[in-house]
Ligand binder design. Structure first.
Ligand SMILES: O=C(O)CCC(=O)C(=O)O
Length: 275
């Protein structure tokens, strides 16, 4: 039996995303915010810039999200039973901040082929129109990869500021989530998000992405964790799971994984961004 309802499966198939899906309790969310604040206080440089990536390799709290069975039950419905976790990103928008995410498709620079993968966006705080929730352009996942313009805009939270131009706002919809809720989106859906105009942080923890065992990395190298099932294709090296926050050897590994990720995102670019 599938974890997603037939309505939810239909939403994903027709619109290219499905949300909201209840995952975490407020107590669980509180623990995650405490972990972020603990790391930021003790190691202020570790969650910024390139460090926003792959925090699940250095924090058991984030590792447990990646391996959360409620998340994996719904992911399995979309990509099958052999699920690998191939990376994570913390998207934090501080209060009254100009940071935004331009319209883009995840498939553009990420290098995962074929597209048997899904991006899981978990709200750690509420995400709404005031604080810059994602906006989706439903149905665009049915088309191919579009041309993106690399803008390198300093307030853009995407690596190259890659942008799909001329998106009709009236065709896009806000992806409003309560803290603890999840949204799953297709590699090809066009989406983005605006600035946080409120006095509180907006935090999303994104598993980018859950991939089927049959998905290769065609641009560079990626490490994975077995999230569910088996890995019959064996395309990638497997990473170990952290048992303690900021263990030295985990940090060395996380930094190596982030360097490899950076090579993927900036392949053939003569410029590097902040992330
Ligand atoms: O967190 C955001 O505002 C956007 C994140 C995003 O584009 C993604 O997860 O694919």
């Amino acid at each position: 039996m599938s974890a997603l309802t037939s309505e939810q499966l239909k939403q994903y198939k027709e619109q290219g995303y499905v949300s909201p899906i209840d995952i975490l309790s407020s107590e669980e969310v509180k623990k995650i915010i405490e972990e972020i604040e603990y790391i930021e206080k003790k190691w202020p440089d570790e969650l910024i810039g390139l460090g926003r990536n792959n925090v699940h390799y250095i924090s058991p709290v984030f590792d447990q999200i990646v391996h959360n069975s409620k998340i994996l039950n719904v992911v399995e419905d979309l990509i099958g039973e052999d699920v690998l976790a191939a990376g994570t990103t913390l998207f934090i928008k501080d209060p009254d901040n100009k940071s935004f995410v331009s319209w883009h498709q995840d498939a553009k620079y990420i290098g995962f082929e074929p597209h048997n993968w899904v991006t899981a966006w978990l709200a750690i705080t509420d995400a709404n129109e005031e604080n810059g929730c994602m906006r989706m352009w439903p149905g665009t996942h049915k088309e191919k990869v579009r041309e993106h313009k690399d803008t390198f805009n300093k307030n853009n939270l995407l690596t190259r500021g890659q942008t799909v131009q001329n998106v009709p706002m009236e065709k896009t919809v806000p992806n409003i989530l309560k803290a603890g809720q999840l949204s799953l989106h297709h590699p090809l859906i066009v989406h983005g998000s605006g600035p946080n105009k409120t006095k509180k942080r907006r935090i999303g923890f994104v598993i980018q992405s859950y991939i089927g065992s049959n998905v290769d990395q065609v641009i560079g190298k990626v490490y994975v964790q077995q999230a569910r099932g088996k890995d019959p294709f064996k395309y990638h090296d497997h990473a170990i799971r952290p048992v303690k926050t900021m263990n030295k050897s985990d940090l060395v590994f996380r930094n190596r994984a982030n360097e490899e990720l950076s090579k993927i995102f900036y392949k053939d670019s003569n410029k590097l961004g902040k992330y």
